[in-house]
Design a binder for this molecule. Structure first.
Ligand code: AFP
Length: 335
């Protein structure tokens, strides 16, 4: 297939408009987010020459040292999302509080949650990193513009997506009608449809976990991993493979492409914080995407999208991917 055989992002989204009534405001907002991701991709790929791969002097609300590209990516999302008059507020991993863009938030307005650059500890290693975003549409006007007002469960998302800055730049999006993958055509301003209707196979032989945390694992996780390691002679009666990129976007993209299960569970060391990964702009959008692709996403106890947020930057356990494996791990937690 040549590039002419692929729908452009605009052509695809206009089809979505005709088939599903996707709001044009959302389409134009997504085009702006795609532009932000394309710009971030360029900034990353030229970072070694611009001297921007390293850290800043600052730490973010997570207490993590901010990379220069974390700030650059955050600025890109802020600038492009502000183009849409329906965007009432932005919630970023890199910002302590909500950024309100309007003096009142009305029904039909959008709240956007994003991790502008996830996996940034991989930047200087030239290992894939990504951006993650989630969009909620307000059903009612907000009585007051407070952080608490945007603590909305993931089940209310109307759109989620990520951009993966790897050997090529991918953009993967769901608006509630399946998951579709686009690739940036180098030298053009276009994202072309390259992976339509992405689905997660129910069965897999591949898991992703940071195995160095084994001593902290809860019994259900330890049991699951032990059984995978036991291979053909164990209760699973088959060999398992393991991957760990330490970049959630890359792990999720692999799972959407060939199946698998990703685990960053709550454990004895991170339990006081609720886990490692953040709910509103990491776990929730990825849960929406994975479930739209036929997979599952839970904390081990509850479905991630059913969690009622209590803090902007709260964390949770994340187990997502092939449904048979997530179901098995959930069952072990219930045992
Ligand atoms: P950074 O953004 O600090 O690199 O963290 C990336 C991440 O949030 C997620 O993308 C990875 O899956 C996970 O952390 C990696 O965690 P470990 O460093 O404990 O493996």
């Amino acid at each position: 297939m040549t590039k002419d055989d692929h729908l452009t992002f605009r052509q695809f989204m206009l089809n979505e408009y005709r088939e599903h009534g996707t709001p044009k405001d959302l389409i134009f907002l997504l085009e702006d987010i795609a532009t932000a991701c394309r710009t971030i991709s360029h900034k990353i790929r030229s970072g070694a020459f611009a001297g921007t791969l390293g850290a800043t002097e600052d730490t973010n609300v997570q207490g993590e040292t901010q990379k220069q590209l974390d700030v650059i990516a955050n600025d890109q999302f802020m600038m492009h999302c502000a183009n849409c008059s329906r965007v009432a507020a932005l919630v970023s991993e890199e910002l302590d509080n909500v950024v309100w863009l309007k003096d009142k938030a009305e029904a039909g307005d959008y709240i956007i949650y994003f991790d502008p650059l996830d996996g940034s500890s991989n930047l200087e290693l030239n290992i894939s990193v990504g951006s993650i975003f989630s969009i909620v549409e307000l059903k009612e006007p907000l009585a007051e513009l407070t952080d608490e007002a945007v603590l909305i469960p993931g089940s209310e998302q109307i759109c989620a997506g990520y951009s993966l800055y790897g050997p090529s730049t991918s953009l993967v999006i769901t608006t509630g009608h399946g998951v579709n993958g686009f690739t940036h055509l180098n030298g053009s301003g276009e994202f072309l449809l390259t992976f339509p209707n992405m689905t997660v196979p129910a069965e897999t032989n591949e898991y992703a976990i940071n195995a160095s945390r084994q001593k902290y694992w809860e019994p259900a996780i330890a049991r699951y991993i032990d059984e995978c390691l036991a291979g053909v002679d164990g209760p699973r009666e088959r060999k398992f493979n393991m991957r760990w990129v330490a970049s959630m976007v890359a792990e999720v993209h692999r799972i959407l492409t060939r199946g698998g299960v990703f685990l960053y569970p709550r454990d004895a060391e991170n339990a006081a914080m609720g886990g490692r990964l953040r709910l509103l702009y990491e776990a929730s959008p990825m849960a929406f995407i994975i479930e739209q692709a036929g997979g599952k996403a839970s904390t081990g106890e509850v479905q991630i999208m059913d969690l009622m947020p209590t803090d902007l930057h709260q964390r949770c356990g994340v187990i997502l991917g092939s449904s048979e494996e997530v179901d098995r791990i959930d069952a072990y937690h219930r045992d």
